[in-house]
Ligand binder design. Structure first.
Ligand code: GP9
Ligand code: MN
Length: 723
């Protein structure tokens, strides 16, 4: 022991030796924290390697800077200050992560009130005996200094050598950045989640990255003028489409269950995959819902997302505002902006309990923070569900059948009425093939593996939904709920469409931008069990129109909110669908996509428009531009903080996603016989055994193609125009 200390002391007797030793200590502590305290979600050896490398470049840069200083005292003092700051950054993140499962962002630091509110009195509880390890280097260093085992090195470090250290750290940083981009393309432009940035680049880089982002967003926000909300309100008023009296309030008071169908495109509905002369219906269950007269289904409903993908869809669907033109709204603004999202509206109006279920880590797309602004009471992420294994999950989370099954333990404890959202994920790029018992649905036979797998994962999602619906029916939740289903965005990217063409009975040679535009359609269905006014509406609309539509079905007046969309069941709907890329849109008459304009009905290109046509197209362009610009002003200026309506703003300080199950049980207990949870209504018995999730093999062991639809497949009422 003495020897080790002596060697250490000796090494640290030179300036460079001290710098390298401190770097080593910092590196070890960071690696340990990555493994034990931060939920990094390391998925493969490559990512593990990234985390081993990423503490070094900036660590070396920062700890190496004092080498430029000649003065001995100045060198040692700055070195110790920098080292302490690096450690402070690490330690505070470790403690913060234990409570918030996320890293400290600059806006959190700035709003230190929020942090102290959240952390303040609980900080002590967050410390563990193990934390002594994180301080052990300070103890060791103190001891060595005290014992005079480390002596100050009075020789200034060579200027050129100092520069070499800086240059080396710069080089290492470039390599690190390159490696991180290989692992996750567009890491910095799309953001994804704070964990991803730390996983790729380390804590200090994250702080800088976040600082730049925060500076940019704060600047626009600070410059926003409270009067700007007046223009927005004027737009909303003028653009408002009144509810349709035939359907208004048809689902009033019921639970709302929203199911996010990952990467699910409309063309899958009623689609039959032909393989080896056999025909396979891909989504029999969803098809039965689509054609049911208990469902309002929309055949011309388009996704409107951009780089924020799923998170953009969530923004659009639950706030009726658009995502951003660059990056993800969730990541850049969603955690801070004042919002009037669906959960908040339901909670504020009718005292709904609100929860969201998803089998991925809570930090992805910054959900941990955004869901608070949305006023979700509970966020059941992967940490509330089964351990992830290679058999029960793909890259983005637990398989859907597992996710639905694991959710029930919590779902049955929610006080009713509730608003609950389920985000599926198995049908996500790269549409990996299932193994074991789920194997069986055929792959398509194109040259593109991504396309080939898409039908299999969609079929899996369909059967997961059927299981979940069966559960809802068995427990009676079904009759007392309105179930909303939507596809979030395309699953097959535009560059693959020419290969997809052959499966759609089209010719790759004659494929047009119009065809691509039409492939942006995704399902949107509002299923109201027991109701018989359902039909398939051909009204053109997009995700931004979903919330006003749902609110009208649920009997909540949507005119009192700032929403960019219009009720799709309204007869006053303008049927103008804006895409995020400038100048692109779809209306029943015109489609503008990829720089070309077409007649929507025929798909014929308009190359020489006459004056009237030109004027009509220009008017749509203006309308679309106005809608997007108005939405952007709300989002980037955080204008809803200036808005007041009949309900209060969300108070995020009371929301925490720790120990959600415990909280639910406590509420149930407090309410006693007044509890409305399914569990209480079921005579204080669990309903978990009512969920059954047979595998593909179990379902198809006797025949190759069976039709197992339990939803009613009643007649379809086609509506050609607005209802
Ligand atoms: C991840 C999932 C996928 O949690 O929602 O997001 P996406 O990659 O589709 O944006
Ligand atoms: Mn998605």
């Amino acid at each position: 022991m003495k020897k080790i200390l002596q060697t250490f002391g000796k090494l640290m007797n030179t300036r460079l030796g001290l710098v390298l030793s401190l770097l080593l200590f910092y590196w070890i502590k960071t690696i340990v924290a990555y493994q034990l305290d931060f939920e990094m979600g390391i998925e493969n050896p490559y990512q593990l390697m990234l985390t081993l490398i990423n503490p070094i470049p900036l660590g070396l840069l920062l700890l190496g800077l004092p080498l430029y200083l000649k003065n001995t005292k100045a060198f040692y003092i700055t070195e110790i200050i920098i080292y302490t700051l690096l450690n402070f950054l690490l330690m505070s993140n470790i403690i913060y992560f234990r409570e918030f499962t996320d890293f400290i962002t600059l806006s959190v630091m700035l709003a230190s009130v929020k942090v102290s509110e959240g952390l303040g009195n609980s900080t002590f509880k967050l410390l563990t005996p193990w934390d002594i390890f994180y301080l052990s280097d300070f103890i060791l260093l103190g001891f060595l200094f005290w014992q005079k085992k480390i002596l100050a090195d009075k020789r200034p470090f060579d200027k050129r050598a100092s520069f070499a250290v800086t240059a080396l750290s710069g080089l290492l940083f470039s390599i690190n950045l390159f490696m991180a981009e290989v692992d996750r393309p567009e890491l910095l432009t799309r953001g994804f989640s704070n964990v991803y940035v730390v996983k790729g680049l380390g804590l200090p880089s994250f702080l800088i990255y976040d600082g730049v982002q925060t500076y940019k967003t704060q600047k626009i926000r600070n410059e926003a003028n409270p009067d700007e909300i007046n223009d927005v309100e004027a737009y909303v008023k003028e653009h408002f489409a009144a509810a349709n009296a035939n359907y208004y309030g048809i689902g009033k008071g019921r639970n709302v269950i929203v199911i996010h169908l990952e990467s699910f495109q409309q063309f899958l509905i009623d689609y039959k995959l032909e393989v080896d002369g056999q025909s396979y219906e891909v989504t029999p269950f969803l098809n039965s819902l689509y054609h049911s007269n208990q469902t309002f289904a929309f055949s011309n409903f388009f996704h409107q997302v951009k780089a924020g993908k799923t998170s953009d869809a969530e923004t659009l669907m639950e706030t009726s505002l658009f995502g951003l033109n660059q990056g993800s709204f969730f990541v850049q603004y969603g955690g801070d902006n004042t919002q009037y999202a669906a959960p908040h509206i339901f909670a504020a109006f009718s005292n709904y309990t609100t929860a969201v279920f998803h089998g991925n880590v809570g930090t992805f797309w910054n959900r941990n923070n955004v869901y608070k602004q949305f006023d979700y009471d509970y966020w059941f992420d992967q940490s509330y569900m089964s351990e992830r294994t290679d058999d029960n999950s793909f890259q983005y989370g637990l398989n859907d059948k597992v996710m639905f099954g694991d959710s029930i333990k919590y779902l049955e404890r929610l006080q009713q009425p509730f608003y609950a959202k389920f985000i599926t994920v198995s049908n996500h790029y790269p549409y990996q093939s299932f193994s074991g018992d789920e194997l069986g649905f055929p792959l398509a036979q194109t040259e593109d593996e991504t396309i080939n797998g898409y039908f299999q994962t969609a079929n899996y999602l369909d059967s997961a939904l059927e299981n979940f619906f069966n559960y809802l029916k068995k427990t009676g939740l079904y009759d007392n709920s309105v179930i909303v289903l939507y596809g979030d965005h395309y699953g097959i990217s535009n560059s693959r469409n020419t290969t997809l063409a052959e499966l759609l009975g089209k010719d790759a040679e004659t494929w047009t931008e119009y065809d691509t535009a039409m492939l942006q359609r995704v399902p949107y269905m509002i299923h109201v069990p027991g109701m018989d006014k359902g039909f398939i509406s051909n009204t053109y609309g997009g995700e931004v129109d979903a919330l006003p539509t749902l609110l009208d079905v649920m009997g909540i007046d949507s005119s009192q909110f700032i929403m960019m969309g219009q009720d799709l069941l309204s007869t006053e709907n303008s049927q103008t669908v804006a895409f995020r890329s400038s100048g692109t849109f779809v209306t029943p008459k015109y489609t503008s996509y990829g720089g070309k304009v077409y007649y929507t009905e025929s798909g014929l290109e308009i190359t020489n428009p006459d004056e009237t046509t030109q004027a009509e197209i220009q008017a749509i362009r203006d309308a679309v531009k106005k809608q997007l610009a108005t939405s952007d002003s709300v989002q980037t200026g955080d204008l809803l903080r200036f808005f007041s309506t009949s309900i209060d703003k969300v108070d995020t300080s009371t929301i925490s996603y720790n120990d959600s199950y415990g909280k639910l049980l406590e509420i149930e207990k407090e309410l006693g016989s007044a509890s409305t949870s399914l569990y209480s209504k079921n005579g204080n018995k669990s309903t978990q055994d009512k969920y059954e999730a047979p595998s593909y093999q179990e379902l198809h062991s006797t025949t190759t193609v069976t039709e197992t639809t339990t939803a009613d497949s009643s007649q379809t009422t086609e509506a050609t125009t607005n209802p």
